[in-house]
Design a protein. Structure first.
Length: 86
């Protein structure tokens, strides 16, 4: 199993590579941009959700050009960081 660990993000624009998080942990910001994307497969339009067993999951399409396919992975949150389990 391969994992990718990146800082926890609170929002994204159009791709997973554009992560922004509040400096003071507040929704109103100010916001900073993480330099390292959370994923390594050039995907976009991500959603985090919990499955019926309570696991944190991420879904998005990858790569971010045609042909593109839906992907879904488990995500582990630890101390403010997300790890995508592949």
């Amino acid at each position: 199993m391969h994992s990718t660990t990146r800082p926890l993000c609170c929002g994204a624009k159009t791709e997973l590579g554009d992560h922004r998080k509040p400096n003071r942990g507040k929704l109103e910001g100010p916001w900073t941009l993480d330099e390292t994307p959370i994923n390594d497969d050039h995907g976009g339009h991500a959603m985090l959700f919990r499955d019926s067993n309570g696991r944190l999951m991420i879904s998005y399409h990858a790569p971010n050009n045609a042909p593109s396919y839906p992907v879904m992975y488990e995500v582990i949150e630890d101390n403010g960081r997300l790890t995508i389990m592949k």
